[in-house]
Ligand binder design. Structure first.
Ligand code: HEM
Length: 410
């Protein structure tokens, strides 16, 4: 249903998407939120949508994620802008929480899917919006406003990309504590954007229960994943590595570039490999997560005293990904991936792996430089990138009537 059609159903004649938000649950006209009905702190955890930078980039990962890429089917620049604005307006409400309004019986579509009950709790939801290079073609007059470093994701040597799972004009990354919160948010946002954004691909991710063990959670190869990451608490490091600056046009400063890669793990083959061989491929102890030769997960690998790779092979994943030389430290990436699992393929092999997600200020100097060093690593026999894309994540919305991407349209 198009934005306009839904507006008509709601009784408004020619409302913009902003006016629409006042009429739907949690919209600008909804008044003060009702007190929470649940005492569960995780349900009431709210991560503000409005901020200098978008949420869902530096925030700790909640247990669940959903990535959807859309093609724009907007007939005009104005419709596209209204659709993007509607995403921010709904995201602002959904990430705050509100009393769900089901509507009177028998009177048109119910305003809320109802899958969260009578109260929509924030549940640590973040809604992060990305724009693909294809959005900056000739359709909406945006060609001259493309972020300086944005381009379509290339095919790397070890990729087996499936076109239907790649690229897209607009990416939504939704993260929350529970799957039902993600699905509620997706349905809520989709009903406001149906005539503007058509789905292209979608993938859901999860993390292991944190109570299972301390430190980083495990990926589906059974290794701790996410241990070595730049310090998100260090603002200077984030400015250097993540947030865009003066290299970009004014509207795109304070954003970042997001890479999403759907990387299937060949788990049946991997499970037949010895522990020693697995550890040499990664460069870390499988049980402890420590770099080989070290004791603790957070210890740094000692490459200086191992120049020939006797402890950590020169082609181990962590050594190639980040050799820790002065030149490569400036090219670090911020990883924020999730595991995925989606049944069996036609050959009865499990289809599971990693939704690799990284954020960086410069795609070529950071992500691509890392990816190129990893080309041909021993791990490539067990991991197969099948989809994903490159997206520019604009700076955050500034509150009030502002929305993510608004500066692109002025
Ligand atoms: C399914 C594919 C992949 C798997 C299973 C995997 C697994 C791992 C594991 C187990 C670690 C060590 C723990 C940690 O520090 O987080 C690690 C580290 C790392 N990986 Fe991957 N990875 C994959 C793909 C990638 C890709 C595509 C890139 C970038 C192009 C990448 C870049 C890195 C980096 C930068 C580190 C940290 C190295 C360090 O700072 O010492 N990984 N990965």
């Amino acid at each position: 249903m198009s934005v306009r059609r839904r507006e008509l159903l709601l009784g408004g004649a020619a409302l913009g998407a902003g006016a629409l938000a006042a009429r739907v649950p949690g919209g600008a006209g909804a008044g003060a939120a009702a007190p929470p009905v649940s005492g569960d702190a995780s349900l009431t955890t709210a991560i503000p949508f409005d901020s200098a930078h978008q949420a869902g980039i530096l925030d700790p990962r909640p247990a669940r994620a959903l990535f959807v890429s859309f093609d724009s089917i907007a007939g005009s620049r104005g419709e596209l802008a209204a659709g993007l604005r509607a995403i921010s307006e709904r995201a602002r409400a959904l990430t705050t929480g509100y009393a769900a309004l089901f509507g009177p019986p028998g009177e048109g579509p119910t305003p809320d899917s109802g899958i969260l009950g009578t109260r929509v709790e924030p549940d640590a939801l973040t809604v992060t919006i990305g724009l693909g290079a294809s959005l900056f073609d000739g359709r909406y007059g945006l060609a001259g406003r493309r972020p300086a470093g944005l381009k379509p994701m290339p095919t790397f040597p070890d990729d087996a990309l499936v076109e239907a799972e790649c690229h897209g004009d607009v990416l939504l990354q939704l993260c929350a504590n529970s799957e039902e919160t993600l699905l509620h948010a997706l349905r809520d946002i989709s009903r406001e954007t149906r005539g503007v954004l058509g789905p292209r691909w979608k993938i859901e991710g999860f993390l292991p229960t944190p109570a299972r063990e301390s430190g980083a959670g495990r990926n589906l190869l059974g290794f701790k994943d996410g241990t070595a990451n730049p310090d998100v608490g260090n603002a200077q490091t984030m400015d250097d590595l993540v947030w865009t600056g003066h290299e970009e046009p004014a509207w795109a400063r304070g954003g970042t570039y997001g890479v999403v890669r759907i990387i299937r793990n060949r788990v049946e083959f991997w499970d037949r490999v010895s522990l020693t061989e697995q550890e040499l491929m990664i460069g870390r102890d499988k049980a402890k997560g420590a770099p080989l030769g070290q004791e603790r997960e957070l210890d740094d690998p000692d490459y200086a005293s191992d120049p020939d790779g006797n402890r950590i092979p020169l082609d181990a994943h962590i050594r190639l990904a980040r050799p820790r030389t002065p030149e490569t430290e400036a090219g670090r990436i911020l990883r924020r991936g999730y595991n995925y699992s989606r049944g069996y393929d036609e050959a009865d092999q499990l289809d599971m792996g990693l939704v690799f997600v990284s954020f960086q200020r410069d795609l070529e100097a950071q992500f691509e430089a890392t990816q190129k060093r990893l080309a041909g690593e021993p791990l490539v026999d067990y991991v197969v990138p099948t989809g994903g894309g490159y997206f520019f994540l604009p700076p955050g919305a500034r509150g009030g009537g502002d929305w993510v991407g608004s500066a692109l349209f002025v």
